[in-house]
Design a protein around this ligand. Structure first.
Ligand code: SF4
Length: 400
């Protein structure tokens, strides 16, 4: 039987590569990927993918990367496709004026500049951490490392000087703070907005009270993520015991529904991890989230030796219908797809256009207005205007 190949379609190739990983023999490429969560590679159609390359399961991958003169190609043994390595940002080599490496504070993932000012999660102290968590935020018995607002602002400045206009993505682990972490993130968010004309996203916990969602928008966040991760109620309790007992699945869903009424269409998202629940249950999650105006973001679970939770068998043939379902659901519900795009860690609905509507090789799936520098500026302008109107309206209603 002829071996199935995904090389011709960037969307399916991205899914297959993210699921199976990449074998790297070339020492130069190995050095490139070294120490990172995976390697960022630009596939055809300007589809950017962060591909696992160090986890044990990648040794069995059919994919390998080869140097072809000055270029690179990914082969699956049946053919090959030209790709390019996303260069390591130069600003990573710099430091803040207090001596902290920029690369410690921020990581570039596609169009996102990801910053976690306090890399700690209190779920670990209570021993209720998510079962799939790699443990990077486990500070049990260690000193807290919190980056100052000034260090973060300097880092964002260095990244913007090199990259143009990344979306600054601020995230926070679990804390018992009723604001879901927004009170802590407020000075960072406001300082970034004061210094730079950039778009921002916050990944936080659903706050106890909805007024914090209004506040989050008023503070300057252009996008909000409350990641429920697992839609199935029982699996959610088992895999995410902290989220289930200290926040509750219902609170995630209610907060997302409220946020989707406050933020512009397409800017409120929630992760559903593919591979930790049956595909049918991920599809139910997609239906629910899109039904309340939320964009589901579907990362593929990467098992590590001691966290091999994956529901098997998980193959690209099984996953593709889930992503097709995602694309159709966001289209049917008329959710704006311009915000969740150009992400290396996940396949976004925009990239699936080619999969569902049949675009072939070398068709750019992301080259639309909002992907350009001018488009990002326009998006920033529109979001600022919208916030002003929205915040005025909110204050008018609550009588502040
Ligand atoms: S919320 Fe869960 S996945 Fe995130 S850092 Fe805490 S334990 Fe890890």
């Amino acid at each position: 039987m002829k071996k199935k190949s995904y090389l011709d379609n960037p969307a399916t190739l991205k899914i297959d590569l993210m699921l199976r990983g990449l074998r790297i023999a070339d020492p130069l490429v190995k050095a490139w990927a070294c120490g990172a969560t995976g390697i960022d590679i630009m596939l055809p159609g300007r589809t950017i993918a962060n591909i696992p390359c160090s986890e044990g399961f990648t040794a069995a991958s059919p994919y390998a990367i080869r140097k072809r003169g000055e270029r690179y190609a990914i082969t699956d043994g049946t053919g090959e496709v030209e790709v390019s390595l996303v260069p390591r940002p130069k600003f990573y080599d710099g430091k803040t004026s207090t001596g902290v490496s920029f690369s410690k504070i921020a990581q570039v993932h596609g169009s996102l500049l990801v910053i976690t000012p306090s890399p700690a999660c209190e779920f670990f102290n209570a021993k209720v951490e998510c079962r799939y968590c790699a443990g990077n935020f486990d500070r049990t018995g260690k000193e807290d490392a919190v980056y100052t607002v000034e260090d973060v602002v300097e880092t964002v400045g260095a990244a913007i000087a090199e990259l143009g206009s990344p979306v600054v993505y601020l995230s926070i682990g679990f804390s018992r703070d009723p604001s879901g972490g927004m009170e802590f993130l407020r000075p960072y968010l406001q300082a970034i907005k004061r210094h730079y004309n950039c778009l921002t996203a916050v990944e936080a916990l659903p706050p106890k009270d909805n007024h914090w969602i209004d506040e989050t928008y008023a503070m300057g966040a252009d996008s909000a993520l409350y990641n429920v991760e697992i839609y199935d109620e029982e699996l959610f309790k088992i895999i995410c015991p902290g989220r289930a007992t200290l926040i509750g699945r219902k609170r995630y869903l209610d907060a997302l529904e409220y946020a989707a009424k406050i933020f512009p269409s397409g800017t409120v998202s929630s992760h559903l991890i593919v591979g930790l629940e049956p595909p049918g249950s991920t599809c139910q999650g997609i239906d629910f989230l899109t039904g309340i105006g939320v964009v589901p973001v579907l990362p593929i679970y990467r098992p590590t030796t001691n966290k091999a939770l994956r529901i098997d068998p998980l193959t690209t043939e099984i996953i593709i219908p889930v992503y097709k379902h995602l694309y159709k659901a966001v289209k049917t519900k008329g959710i704006n797809l311009n915000w969740v795009r150009d992400l290396s860690m996940v396949t976004t609905p925009v990239e699936l256009k080619g999969l569902v509507e049949g675009a072939g090789k070398n068709v750019s799936l992301v080259d639309t207005f909002y992907g350009t520098r001018l488009g990002k500026k326009a998006a920033w302008g529109m979001s600022t205007l919208r916030r002003k109107l929205r915040v005025k309206g909110t204050h008018g209603q609550s009588g502040h």
